[in-house]
Design a protein around this ligand. Sequence first.
Ligand code: IMP
Ligand code: MG
Length: 179
Amino acid sequence: MQDFKIVLSEEDISRRVRELGAQITKDYQGKKPIIVCMLKGAILFFSDLIRQLDLPITIEFARLSSYKNGVTSGEIEIIDTIKTDIAGKDVLIVEDVVDSGKTLAFFKDILLKQNPASVKICALLDKPEKRKTQVDVDYTGFTLGDKFVIGYGLDYAERFRELPSLAVVDSEEEAKSKL
Ligand code: IMP
Ligand code: MG
């Protein structure tokens, strides 16, 4: 892992993903949820999680952006959103990390206007200390403090998404030196 400090190993992650999958399977019994992958960061979490769901799911992808070169800009841009009709459907958004909460509060609002039966959020990581906009995270993998992490889909300046574990970056200089 290029000398980064690992905070969650592959085993830690896969154990928690199995637990989340079992819980979601139980909660959505009798339903046919639409599982939405938030690109790019949730790609690995999403692909592992959906294989733990014993439900008749369909999948969709959305891509919103709020970070530029590792630093938040505060502005949210919709790069691509789901095109399917979600009226009357149960939607589960799968996200890598909820930080300020702005991205998901914004996206959930858009989806709620389309009259779905429900919209819930499943995030691999939650940083409640960093919250600026209130948003309910219905399923959380792990809670983190004010730390910047990379790997397992999460990037710094579009790098390190392929790393199988989650590692903490202590400073911008550390991340930059390894780009
Ligand atoms: P929010 O709108 O501030 O909640 O932004 C969440 C988005 O910021 C996530 O989907 C990530 O793309 C990015 N992000 C937040 N924290 C981290 C981190 O620690 N590592 C990598 N990306 C992060
Ligand atoms: Mg993201």
